[in-house]
Design a protein around this ligand. Sequence first.
Ligand SMILES: Cc1cc2nc3c(=O)[nH]c(=O)nc-3n(C[C@H](O)[C@H](O)[C@H](O)COP(=O)(O)OP(=O)(O)OC[C@H]3O[C@@H](n4cnc5c(N)ncnc54)[C@H](O)[C@@H]3O)c2cc1C
Length: 174
Amino acid sequence: MDELGPVARGWEARRCYTLRYLSHKCRSISSITLNTTHPMAQPLINPNMTSDGFVLRHGIRNTLRYMNASAWRAYNITPMFEGLTEQSGDDKVDAFIRANVFGGAHVVSTASMGPASSPPGSDVVGPDFRIKGVEGLRIVDASAVPFMPNGHSMAVVYVLEEKAADIIRSGNAA
Ligand SMILES: Cc1cc2nc3c(=O)[nH]c(=O)nc-3n(C[C@H](O)[C@H](O)[C@H](O)COP(=O)(O)OP(=O)(O)OC[C@H]3O[C@@H](n4cnc5c(N)ncnc54)[C@H](O)[C@@H]3O)c2cc1C
């Protein structure tokens, strides 16, 4: 899957515009698991991006409704997806989502932060960004965000990094 996504691939040179539906409040939970004990082996990654079908279906139908607005008729816009309409059944919308969904380069929370007291294995770093069970190592990047607030990830990363800098400067360095 590339940055444009499978639908838009090959359309860049045509006279067209594309409208992407981005779910910034995505509730699908993916997973990343060690495959072997070899440190250089590839992990098992399950993006699981379609587990929150309700939100994705709603977003696709809203996008179709927007593109169907009378304001666009003057531009002779023809949808790229033959037969997919706001009224299409869940099966058809789900098939479209499965064929076209992609991460959009905003993947977060693979080393999620949790409370200091949470049970082992339920999260990766504590509130001081230290990796639980590991001495002298912190994670300060988008992977530590436990869940993404509405909006783009970069702003959240800036806040996270400022907070980590304050903690480390305050003498709480590992
Ligand atoms: C094409 C694209 C467009 C985007 N557009 C937006 C946008 O418009 N608005 C927005 O808010 N967000 C946007 N994002 C998302 C945003 O860039 C990320 O959420 C953010 O950069 C994540 O920050 P990070 O510190 O976790 O990771 P990164 O910014 O990816 O930083 C990771 C750093 O670690 C380094 N690194 C990796 N492996 C190692 C290693 N083994 N040893 C040492 N260093 C290593 C890398 O070189 C890199 O400098 C976009 C992302 C992409 C790819």
